[in-house]
Design a protein around this ligand. Structure first.
Ligand SMILES: Nc1ncnc2c1ncn2[C@@H]1O[C@H](COP(=O)(O)OP(=O)(O)OP(=O)(O)O)[C@@H](O)[C@H]1O
Ligand SMILES: [Mg+2]
Length: 341
């Protein structure tokens, strides 16, 4: 049994619905998504929820098998067909007979291998390396990639005919930064799952840690989150995961939204706090400028309301904006309705 797909975001509901719809069919499926977004999980889920579940699910990492071995891995070989072929061997196509062949990182296949794969998928027969008899198989293909295959087709590194064979149904696994509401659910899920393998008792996250986890952009998606929780469990000595147990890059994310700990660091600084922003790192994919600016706006609005004991007129004056504008901003940031007091 594989784990369930955790998430309450519309994107995950849609994904689950799609999985249910395609599980009953035998159509080829292409799963695309960034690294760590759950492509293999989706493929296994489709297999296990459908009619093929009693037959094998056979994963092949097309990017990890050396070019000179991949044909024999996929289609098998006869004894003595090449140096090292000491005995007859079944290929993964045969192993997957009546089940699912999961072609992971399909975008890494060479053009020569793409031709052979296309023929096997189209005609449902192939020959082993060094073999003369046709072998007939019945497999469902689920392929996955984090590459832009359409671009690869355009620049000639991926065959168009194979692309259309694989892409009968396209499923996209959404990146974590586009479904931020799933982050705490996943964090708690991994904490529960991973803590069970240890003798520790950690029953949650403290507020700061959770804020950082939620604000971080997770370029490595769910896999990076899982690894981060694993690491935190190892390092944590308290009963809740604290910010100090998180990797520095994740800790830095909290500084976008929360005031720094300057106030706690020394009495001499009084309660004057500073807002520190991480220097933007464009190598990690697109930032969301509006989100960054809204979070700064929210810190200022909360601070002025605190300073004026909630007096909106004074607050608006101190911010140099109109009362109407302050009300509008407050309602937008969920700090109460756009009321008229
Ligand atoms: N929605 C989810 N709920 C629970 N676990 C998830 C979810 N998405 C991914 N995972 C877990 O995250 C890890 C990474 O998922 P998976 O290997 O399927 O990603 P992938 O897209 O194939 O990644 P890669 O491109 O790196 O191969 C796995 O341990 C998987 O079980
Ligand atoms: Mg994978």
């Amino acid at each position: 049994m594989i784990g369930i797909i955790i998430g309450e975001s519309p994107a995950i509901h849609e994904l689950n619905q799609m999985i249910r719809r395609v599980a009953a069919t035998k159509t080829n499926i292409l799963v695309i998504g960034e690294s760590g977004t759950g492509k293999e999980l989706v493929a296994r889920k489709i297999h296990e929820s459908g009619a093929l579940k009693d037959f094998p699910f056979v994963p092949v990492n097309c990017g990890a098998i050396p070019e000179n071995l991949i044909e024999s891995e996929m289609f098998g070989h006869q004894k003595g067909s090449f140096t090292g072929a000491v005995s007859e061997k079944q290929g993964l196509f045969e192993v997957a007979h009546r089940g699912t062949l999961f072609l992971d990182e399909v975008g890494e296949l060479s053009l020569a291998m793409q031709v052979k794969l296309l023929r096997a998928i189209q005609e449902r027969v192939f020959k082993r390396v060094g073999g003369i008899t046709d072998i007939r198989v019945d497999v469902r293909i689920i392929a996955a990639t984090n590459r832009d295959l359409e671009a690869a087709v355009k620049n000639g590194t991926f065959r168009e005919d194979l692309y259309y064979r694989l892409n009968v149904i396209l499923i996209k696994t959404p990146p974590l930064r586009e479904r931020k509401t799933d982050i705490p659910l996943l964090a708690h899920h991994f904490l529960k799952k991973l803590i069970a393998k240890t003798s520790k008792t950690i029953d949650g996250f403290d507020d700061e840690a959770l804020t950082s986890i939620q604000n971080y952009s997770w370029p490595g998606n769910v896999r990076e989150l899982e690894n981060c929780i694993d690491r935190a469990i190892t390092l944590e000595s308290g009963s809740k995961i604290s910010e100090d147990s998180l990797p520095p890059r994740v800790q830095e994310a909290s500084q976008i939204l929360t005031n720094s700990k300057a106030g706690q660091q020394g009495q001499d600084k009084g309660d004057k706090k500073e807002i520190r922003l991480p220097y933007p790192d464009f190598s990690k994919g697109p930032l969301n400028l509006d989100e960054v600016l809204s979070s700064v706006e929210k810190i200022y609005v909360e601070a002025v309301l605190h300073y004026t004991d909630g007096n909106k007129k004074k607050s608006a004056d101190l911010l140099g904006i109109t009362l109407r504008s302050l009300r509008y901003r407050m309602s937008k940031m969920g700090l109460g309705p756009a009321d008229k007091d």
